[in-house]
Design a protein around this ligand. Structure first.
Ligand SMILES: C[S@@+](CC[C@H](N)C(=O)[O-])C[C@H]1O[C@@H](n2cnc3c(N)ncnc32)[C@H](O)[C@@H]1O
Length: 249
């Protein structure tokens, strides 16, 4: 099902921003233009453009891109000129240019559900990446909790007027197929009365550390860095994230 018109509009209310300074510093060091794959609402793309980098954001969801483009329109001309959003599937993106660096942020790569899709995507990125360019993939690291079915209720967020928004995420782990099936429910309240209830279902792959390293090696990438958080600590037991930097072999 993926993100729908309403759920795409509510996405930014609950997504964190704590990783932005880390990726801003990283890409300022690596340079632009950056291809932001699975850009969503342009959360990272906009931040990088503010830092002075040219960014192209690709996503297959028109509703997420609509939010990204609306945000882009509100930026000063110099930032707007550095941004471009395009609708495409990350498995076989058809772009007629190459990029200094390619980014899969916020777990976007985990939306590829089979090794076949992951490899096709990485082969394609190989062609889109300049010589010497880096591929950066940010993924959640699997933990004991990943394998449990769970319900996460977020704090409420105030909206315009006297409305507030609640988000509940039901996550079911399908361990045999290495998948997480999440139903995200947004409820908008005015006072005690629910005004609206919308939901989306998202499926993502549980990708293990050795698996992503093997997939990258199979697609002819060489590992450059492997961090376990956004303070640049090396990946180790207990790490919550897998931030991988690779280059063409
Ligand atoms: C969890 S969101 C992350 C968005 C953004 N990177 C961020 O950090 O906020 C994952 C995004 O990947 C997109 N996506 C999933 N599968 C895709 C595919 N095959 N091709 C392109 N985009 C895809 C979804 O539409 C969604 O916008």
């Amino acid at each position: 099902m993926g993100y729908q018109e309403k759920t795409a509009r509510y996405y930014d209310y609950f997504v964190g921003k704590e990783d932005l300074p880390f990726f801003r510093r990283l890409f300022l060091k690596l340079g632009g233009p950056v291809l932001d794959v699975g850009t969503g609402t342009g959360r990272v793309a906009l931040d990088l453009a503010h830092a002075g980098l040219e960014v192209v954001g690709v996503d297959k969801c028109p509703y997420m891109l609509e939010v990204a483009r609306q945000k882009m329109e509100r930026q000063p001309p110099s930032v707007k000129d550095r941004l471009n959003f395009t609708e495409d599937d990350m498995v076989n993106m058809s772009l007629d240019r190459t990029f200094a660096n390619v980014f899969f942020g916020g777990g976007s790569f985990s939306h590829l559900l089979s090794s076949n899709e992951q490899l096709r995507c990485l082969y394609n990125v190989y062609k889109l990446l300049d010589e010497g360019g880096r591929l950066v993939i940010d993924l959640p690291a699997p933990t004991g909790d990943t394998l449990k079915n769970r319900i996460d209720v977020s704090r409420s967020v105030p909206l315009d007027g006297d409305s507030s928004l609640f988000r509940t995420v039901h996550t079911r782990c399908d361990i045999n197929n290495q998948r997480l099936v999440s139903t995200v429910i947004y409820e908008r309240y005015r006072g005690e009365t629910m005004q609206e209830r919308v939901l989306s279902e998202n499926v993502s792959s549980i990708i293990f550390p050795r698996e992503i390293l093997l997939v990258l090696a199979s697609a002819s990438y060489k590992l450059v860095d492997f961090w376990g958080d956004t303070s640049g600590t090396g990946f180790r037991s207990g790490s919550k994230r897998m931030i991988i930097v690779a280059e063409k072999n």
